[in-house]
Design a protein around this ligand. Sequence first.
Ligand code: NDP
Length: 248
Amino acid sequence: MGTLSTPAQRKIVLVTGASSGIGEATARHLAAAGHHVVLGARRVERLSGLVKELTEAGHSAEYAELDVTAPDSVRSFAEAALTRHGRVDVLVNNAGVMPLSPMAALHVEEWNQMIDVNLRGVLHGIAAVLPSMRERRSGHIINIASTAAHRVDATAAVYCATKYAVRALSEGLRQENTDVRVTVVSPGFTRSELSDRGGDPQAQGASRAATEAIGLPASAIAEAIGYAIAQPAGVDVNEIVVRPTVQN
Ligand code: NDP
């Protein structure tokens, strides 16, 4: 995709969880499209390398350390961007974790971690940008849910619960805000680091095997995010489900 021609089309886009997978691919895609990307995650060395690569390629990018489970961290992340650029046009609430396990295994800490990152993290992001977007009567909040927000599978009960919740709150947010666009992007199996951490080894192994067999490149999800952003202000793409053709 070529660089955008007019400054009005160049957006300030915040991406959470930009240190790997879908967030990283989204950063690359949007920066290449001419937007300014502000990247957040905990692994700052990854973000620093990505920003270096993007800026050396002539794109516009910056990064900051971000823990979406901490409201103050998310607030500072958004406020710093607002101070520097005068506005936040788009927030991509992408950070997420998926430690899969049967409920009977009682991985209560991991249940709480999924609620903290996948659900509270999204809410913290919304709280950090919604006031300025409402004031400007313009903005776009993109929440990354999942096909797991549409269908529940064994070992994914809590993960699915967080993603169903993200869809629900996105719909409420949309109804309440007639000037702010709200998009849910729901990926199916996508190659990333999502199955690499935590969970029950058997459940994580099955998820990894399925992803290796049929997973989409993360760039396919980035394209969907880019599509929603590229629509005119009055056009709100509310949900995009993107999955491998062979996924059942
Ligand atoms: P990755 O594990 O590759 O990326 C997850 C990102 O979230 C990382 O950048 C990680 O960064 C970040 N993250 C995790 N915890 C925190 C935190 N507390 N604060 C800030 N950032 C955090 O997986 P994906 O790219 O696949 O995941 C991206 C999103 O896509 C998630 O919401 C996931 O649920 C969703 N999704 C993925 C699918 C798939 O098949 N891959 C399918 C459907 C949905 P760091 O560790 O550096 O903080």
